[in-house]
Design a protein around this ligand. Structure first.
Ligand SMILES: Cc1cc2nc3c(=O)[nH]c(=O)nc-3n(C[C@H](O)[C@H](O)[C@H](O)COP(=O)(O)OP(=O)(O)OC[C@H]3O[C@@H](n4cnc5c(N)ncnc54)[C@H](O)[C@@H]3O)c2cc1C
Length: 598
């Protein structure tokens, strides 16, 4: 089975050299987040990932979850209960949560790094605390004081878990169609009736209570998305003194068999007049839920990144060991029966695509994490607003591009293994199966592309776009003319120009024909993502070159950074040209095709 080693040296580089944390200095969340504390937290998280969660990853895949139909309870695979207890007792469930309710209040960008490690080690396990954190965020933002006091402390401590219930049999993307009903009761609560499907962590035996967040319609609600309200529906009702009361009218009636993340319970939930409590205002539920979905989308991107990182490590280990063929320019290890496959250009290409994707994405994720922190906690409104533009723009890009690269890298990892990757023993095919769902849930990647083109580009009078191009242009201006950096700055400048031109073209076309937005969508999102990655790689290359000039002790690390940046600029970034050409082919080749001919 693959042995995961958390990339602590890369996190160290990103936190201590790459991220500009000066703007965060005044944030309350930074008060206890000195570099020493962050380093200690990441070291400990690495241990949990490597020694507690990774060892049960394959067991979870083999055994999966099991529904006990008599009790409607889901039994977790062997080892998960103990691992969850260790995780919760270690305080990980409250890492970034509000100290007022018992959390540790660390910045969300520390949480993202921890999340990458946990997902790399065991993506199924990560779903449980991940969903609880999302539910915590919604209640924290939109819940009443009483709801916060009742539910948050025990969700933060990990005694209780959370879920999100949007999907119904006839509606996934188009939530305007949802039918679950919420009838007002005399005591001010509601009675929830309906069926929700594919609810992650909908039922399991690792916690005492599960707090479901459920989208439903009141009888007089307007049709469509403007008539959706959000309800809190606990599995066990909570008494006034905080103790657990009666079992509520919600239960798991089915468990999906699926391709991957088999230890993440995917539940069919039946609500039969369950007691629910309105969160926020009636008919504003979708907006409230989106608080959770935006954070969840970033974390879904990080899931893709985590699994990519684990798959890459397994592929490197295999490529060093597996002896096949000889290097094209003559034997590299003449005393062995054959050379390790690491000598072959095609294998190296697969490994370098993986590495450049992972490290660039890690930088982009944490950079966005800093903006998220500023957006949530900075005392000055203009700073919060400005950071929010970056986050709004990058959320669909990170969700879709990181999960796409997760799948690509997991597949490359399998390819590097040859047949050994396809059979189960090496454990790498599990990454390809587990990561695949990340491209589908939390809004499919196609829908992320529509969000980017149809909403984020046009929102806020172009401020979202400006929030991206302004730092990119400032960075280019700062380093232009430095010959030794031209190999990084020139392609970044050319691509920023290409992205600007393509954006203007798309914008113009879609104002004429809305189908153009959908036709450009996924290619445009990838073009944007690759340009954002080029920005990250150029920044990292400048830092690495500077360290090498100054004779840094850790020369191997910086040289590898610089060489990976070179690989990205020369062997990955040129894809943007073909994306731009495809985008400019427009909607006609798609839409003129006759429906009957499919
Ligand atoms: C393992 C798993 C776990 C899940 N966990 C949860 C959970 O915890 N809670 C929850 O509520 N849901 C959950 N889901 C549901 C998941 O979020 C949905 O499957 C997802 O949002 C897509 O909806 P759908 O499957 O109905 O696809 P559809 O909406 O039917 O889409 C089918 C295809 O059409 C495309 N499409 C649809 N509409 C458009 C459009 N307007 N423009 C362009 N393309 C479009 C989609 O991109 C997709 O390719 C889970 C699903 C799975 C499989």
């Amino acid at each position: 089975m693959p042995a995961y080693k958390a990339p602590l040296d890369d996190f160290d580089f990103l936190y201590n050299e790459f991220l500009d944390l000066s703007a965060c200095a005044e944030l309350p969340t930074m008060a206890d987040a000195s570099p020493d504390v962050v380093e200690a937290v990441l070291d400990e998280a690495a241990k949990v990932a490597e020694t507690v969660l990774q060892p049960i990853n394959a067991v979870g895949d083999e055994i999966g979850c099991r529904l006990d139909e008599a009790s409607a309870e889901v039994r977790m695979p062997e080892g998960f209960g103990e691992a969850y207890r260790a995780y919760r007792e270690g305080g990980w469930t409250g890492l970034v949560a509000d100290p007022e309710y018992g959390g540790q209040g660390l910045p969300s960008f520390v949480g993202l790094a921890v999340s990458e490690m946990i997902n790399a080690a065991n993506a199924s396990f990560a779903a449980y605390p991940g969903l609880t954190l999302g539910a915590y965020e919604v209640i924290h933002h939109h819940g009443s004081e009483e709801q916060k006091a009742t539910y948050l402390p025990r969700m933060i401590s990990g005694e209780w878990a959370g879920t999100m219930n949007l999907t119904e049999p006839h509606c996934g993307t188009d939530l305007g169609l949802l039918r679950t009903r919420a009838e007002r009761a005399e005591d001010g609560s509601y009675r929830i009736t309906g069926k929700k499907i594919w609810i992650s962590a909908g039922e399991h035996d690792m916690v005492d209570n599960i707090i479901h967040l459920v989208l439903a319609r009141t009888p007089d609600a307007p049709a469509g998305t403007r008539g959706i309200s959000l309800f809190l529906v606990p599995k066990f009702l909570v008494e006034a003194d905080g103790s657990l009361g009666a079992r509520n009218g919600v239960k798991c009636v089915g468990l999906e068999k699926k391709m991957g993340i088999k230890a993440s319970a995917t539940c069919e939930m039946e609500y039969s007049g369950a007691v629910g409590f309105l969160i926020g205002e009636e008919n504003r539920g979708l907006g409230h839920m989106f608080t959770m979905m935006n954070a969840a989308r970033l974390v879904t991107g990080i899931q893709g990144l985590g699994m990519a990182s684990a798959a890459y490590q397994a592929a490197v280990a295999f490529a060093r060991e597996r002896l096949q063929g000889r290097s094209l320019d003559g034997p590299k290890f003449p005393d062995q029966a054959a050379d390790p496959i690491l000598v072959h250009p095609d294998v190296r290409k697969m490994l370098l695509i993986s590495r450049a994707s992972i490290e660039g994405a890690r930088a982009l994720g944490l950079y966005t994490g800093v903006q998220l922190e500023l957006e949530m906690h900075h005392p000055d409104e203009p700073v919060r607003r400005q950071a929010g533009y970056w986050v709004a723009l990058m959320t669909p890009i990170i969700k879709a591009y990181f999960t796409d690269l997760g799948s690509e890298v997991a597949n490359l990892g399998m390819q590097v293994h040859g047949g050994a990757g396809y059979v189960r023993d090496t454990g790498v095919e599990q990454f390809a199966r587990d990561v695949r769902i990340t491209q589908i849930y939390e809004g499919t990647n196609g829908v992320q592309a529509l969000d980017l083109v149809g909403r984020k580009l046009v929102a806020n009078n172009g401020e979202n776009l400006k929030a991206f191009f302004t730092p990119v242009m400032a960075f280019i201006a700062e380093h232009e003319g430095q010959d030794e950096l031209a190999e990084f700055i020139d392609p970044l400048r050319d691509n920023a120009q290409l992205l600007q031109d393509t954006t203007a073209w798309v914008y113009q076309q879609m104002s004429r024909n809305p189908l153009e937005a959908g036709a450009a969508g996924t290619d445009y999102l990838r073009l944007f993502a690759l340009t954002a990655m080029a920005f990250m790689w150029a920044k990292m290359a400048v830092l690495a070159a500077g360290q090498l000039d100054q004779g840094a002790a850790n020369k191997g690390f910086y040289q590898a950074k610089l060489d990976t940046a070179r690989f990205f600029m020369t062997r990955m970034l040129p894809e943007t040209r073909s994306l731009a050409a495809k985008i400019r082919a427009g909607a006609a080749p798609l839409m003129d095709f006759h429906d009957d001919a499919f």
